[in-house]
Design a binder for this molecule. Structure first.
Ligand SMILES: O=C(O)c1ccc[n+]([C@@H]2O[C@H](COP(=O)([O-])O)[C@@H](O)[C@H]2O)c1
Ligand SMILES: Cc1cc2nc[nH]c2cc1C
Length: 356
């Protein structure tokens, strides 16, 4: 069943259009600037046009979807903060006081919060997407983080949110996350997917100290050994199900469905990018829809970005999550598209082109 969902998404995702990218490049070369002088903004504009397959892009419409869930592995004391913070921060998102609220208001980005697995209840009247699969994932150090049906349900939550994003007319979207303990899951995914040693992909998360990081490394190594040692290479969905988390699974589904519906997806930090790496291993064509918003302080993030061949727009030593790095990069992306759309050409402005 899970494999059927993933297989359908894989076959339904076409890469961004190469002919449209070529047309976009040709248009950029007619604009009143020295050839190539807008640097990577030109790559971003051409990528957006190739994704949207339209001569002049529609107005940019931005949205961030913050998927929240708890992690059973927090029983192993892998985070600097208690699990209750996940639920408390969801309430903070809804009250408008978190970093992601400030940035999304400032940059005109629609914000949705999704409970995909918070270990606590919300009043049904609370204005969030109530899609709880389970009160937190299971403890990966003892058993798979998700049962098959839980993994499928979490993937489906993300798929549904991307479909809603497309139906609402958003074309530049970012998945964000909130989940105490989720850097442990992201590190485990990164080690399993890339084959890099656990110490290289494990950082301080919310701010544990050096001895606590050693302990976190051991928990991740033991979890990976429990699930994968002596077995043939695990599939990306097996990795996600065994050492991932409900919000990471939802983000994986979100990215796959966003690619299928031709939305440009801005990657946030370590956890969101771990989900992106799973999505791309399931459906390699999804890679063309990704733009890396920033590079997080977590050491595994640089490794994942290199694995995905993505260059981050910003590098501000942030390590917050919530979608903050992605939303901060959106004005840069929007600027690239505005330049592409609104600059005068050499002909229209009567400016002489290069001499050769
Ligand atoms: O996005 C990142 O790169 C990032 C790096 C470190 C921490 N976080 C956030 O901090 C939480 C996870 O940290 P931890 O230490 O509890 O595993 C979770 O809510 C994430 O949104 C996020
Ligand atoms: C306060 C706080 C806010 C967060 N936002 C994302 N992860 C977080 C973790 C903590 C601890």
């Amino acid at each position: 069943m899970i494999h059927a969902v993933a297989a359908n998404l894989r076959t339904d995702i076409a890469p961004p259009s190469e002919p449209w990218r070529v047309k976009a490049r040709a248009h950029l070369d007619t604009l009143t600037k020295p050839l190539g002088s807008l640097g990577r903004l030109e790559d971003i504009a051409a990528q957006f046009i190739a994704i949207r397959q339209a001569r002049f892009a529609d107005p940019v419409s931005k949205a961030v979807y913050v998927f929240a869930a708890d992690h059973g592995v927090t029983a192993e004391k892998v985070s600097a903060y208690p699990s209750e913070v996940t639920r408390q921060m969801v309430l903070n998102f809804l009250a408008g006081g978190a970093a992601i609220n400030v940035l999304s208001r400032l940059h005109n980005v629609a914000l949705q919060v999704i409970d995909v697995g918070v270990d606590g209840d919300f009043d049904p009247a609370t204005p969030l997407v109530h899609a709880k699969v389970r009160r937190g994932s299971r403890n990966m150090h003892a058993e798979p983080a998700m049962a098959h049906d839980e993994l499928l349900e979490a993937l489906t939550v993300g798929i549904r949110m991307a479909e809603e994003a497309a139906a609402s007319g958003h074309n530049l979207v970012a998945p964000g996350e909130m989940g105490i303990g989720n850097t442990t899951a992201a590190s485990a995914i990164t080690a399993a997917l890339t084959g890099r040693p656990v110490p290289e992909v494990t950082g301080l998360g919310t701010g544990i100290d050096i001895p606590a990081r050693e302990h976190k490394i051991r928990i991740i190594e033991e979890s990976l050994a429990l699930h994968f040692k002596g077995r043939e290479a695990a599939s990306p969905l097996e990795i996600l199900g065994h050492v991932g988390g409900l919000e990471i699974a939802a983000i994986t589904g979100f990215i796959l469905a966003a690619a299928r519906t031709h939305l440009a997806v801005v990657c946030d930090g370590f956890i969101a990018t771990a989900a992106a790496a799973i999505a791309v291993s399931i459906a390699p064509a999804a890679a063309g829809y990704l733009i890396a918003g920033h590079q997080s302080r977590e050491p595994g993030h640089a490794i994942l970005l290199a694995h995905l061949n993505l260059q981050p727009i910003l590098q501000l030593d942030m390590r917050l999550g919530e979608g903050t790095g992605a939303v901060l990069a959106m004005p840069v992306i929007e600027s690239a598209i505005a330049l592409y759309r609104d600059m005068a050409t050499f002909t229209s402005a009567g400016v002489s082109e290069a001499a050769q």
